[in-house]
Design a protein around this ligand. Structure first.
Ligand code: HEM
Length: 340
């Protein structure tokens, strides 16, 4: 069984329990905060099998310091954001190195991404990864994966709230999947294959939310594109927003319409994960996380958005609602679940 297949039921169980706790609590909660936590814990589990709640909290705390520092002035003075980020990075490195040592000493074994990097110990010297490289890979994946996936989930909830017909159609698809499984069964990877409308909801969310607004490239040679001369060495920013909102490609581009993906897109007209050799490494993980989330949310609950303010966070590198999209959950009644 590959790691994504193992991830699906584990993530589903964890998510179901957390949603149930929020439902029982009955209070409004910020989807962004919630999705940051579930995305973080999910990625850490997949990469390192860390599931201990207090370790995860500490790691997430430190990752937040590191990501904050990435947008700050590089002042190495105690109290400065940059300095705090550097200190947090040192603690993260220490925690991950301790884990690597345990694995190398055989005190701990797990079938995860970290273990697959350690298996390279038996490779020729130039293909092995040293501790620094392993830790760097872990930090890169966690940082690249958490806030992107979490923001996408938040936008999905918001778009579905604004588009009740889409929400109803999605719920019906997800309830059908629930009805075809024994009561209380967890999702399997194969179940995601039946989420054809869900996948289009995910695609449309990523088109409209533009989690990464643009990404940079360097021209390797002189070239001319549509009459524009680009010189070797120039920095070129690929503007995903312009591409995703181009009315020639996407009719009525401001409308949240997952069904537009019934048709094939022109090459390079859909690039939420980039394209080419530097394409996002977490595409599958991101899509799977979003689909499982949508399944549990729509097949178990309806919700109200408790703050309609559309202001975006300032100083964030990813577009996110300042409100964090607070919602209150209401459990679907059993008849909606069992009726086919
Ligand atoms: C909805 C969620 C996500 C979105 C929208 C997203 C988007 C992107 C984009 C646009 C790039 C740049 C691609 C390019 O330059 O062509 C990228 C790179 C990357 N992403 Fe993601 N990503 C998401 C989730 C994840 C997850 C879950 C992981 C890992 C767990 C991840 C790991 C990476 C890594 C490592 C890179 C750098 C790849 C490289 O430079 O070779 N991403 N992502």
């Amino acid at each position: 069984m590959n790691s994504i297949s193992k991830f699906v039921p584990k993530f589903d169980r964890e998510l179901s329990e957390r949603l149930k706790r929020l439902e029982n609590n009955g209070k409004s909660f910020r989807v962004l905060e919630f999705s940051m936590k579930v995305a973080f814990d999910g990625i850490c589990d997949m990469l390192t099998s860390i599931t201990d709640a207090s370790t995860l909290d500490q790691l997430e705390h430190d990752i937040t310091y590191v990501t904050d520092a990435m947008l700050s002035f590089p002042l190495k003075i105690p109290g400065a954001r940059y300095y705090r980020g550097m200190k947090a990075r040192e603690r993260l490195i220490e925690t991950f190195k301790a884990k690597i040592t345990k694995r190398r000493n055989g005190e701990e074994v797990s079938d995860d991404f970290l273990q697959s990097m350690l298996q390279r110990d038996s490779y020729p010297p130039n293909e092995k990864l040293d501790d620094e490289e392993i830790v760097d890979n872990l930090l890169t994946l966690i940082i690249a994966g958490q806030s992107t996936t979490a923001a996408a989930i938040m936008w999905c909830v918001k778009f579905l709230d604004e588009n009740k017909q889409v929400q109803d159609r999605l719920r019906e698809e997800q309830l059908q999947i629930l009805r075809n499984k024994p009561a209380g069964a967890l999702l399997k990877y194969e179940d995601l294959m039946s989420m054809s409308y869900g996948s289009k909801v995910v695609k449309e969310t990523l088109r409209m939310s533009n989690v990464l607004l643009w990404y940079p490239r360097v021209a390797l040679d002189n070239c001319t594109i549509e009459g524009y001369e680009i010189k070797k060495g120039w920095n070129v920013n690929i503007d995903a927003t312009q591409i995703h909102y181009d009315p020639d490609t996407y009719k009525d581009p401001m409308r949240f319409n997952p069904s537009r993906f019934d048709e094939m897109q022109k090459p390079y007209s859909y690039i939420p994960f980039g394209s080419g050799p530097r394409t996002c490494l977490g595409i599958n993980m991101a899509k799977v996380t979003m689909l499982v989330f949508l399944h549990r949310l729509t097949s178990g609950y309806t919700w109200t958005v408790d703050d309609e303010d559309l202001s975006l966070e300032r100083k964030a590198h990813i577009p996110r609602l300042q409100s964090g999209c607070p919602i209150t959950l209401t459990r679907l009644d059993d008849t909606s679940i069992t009726n086919s």
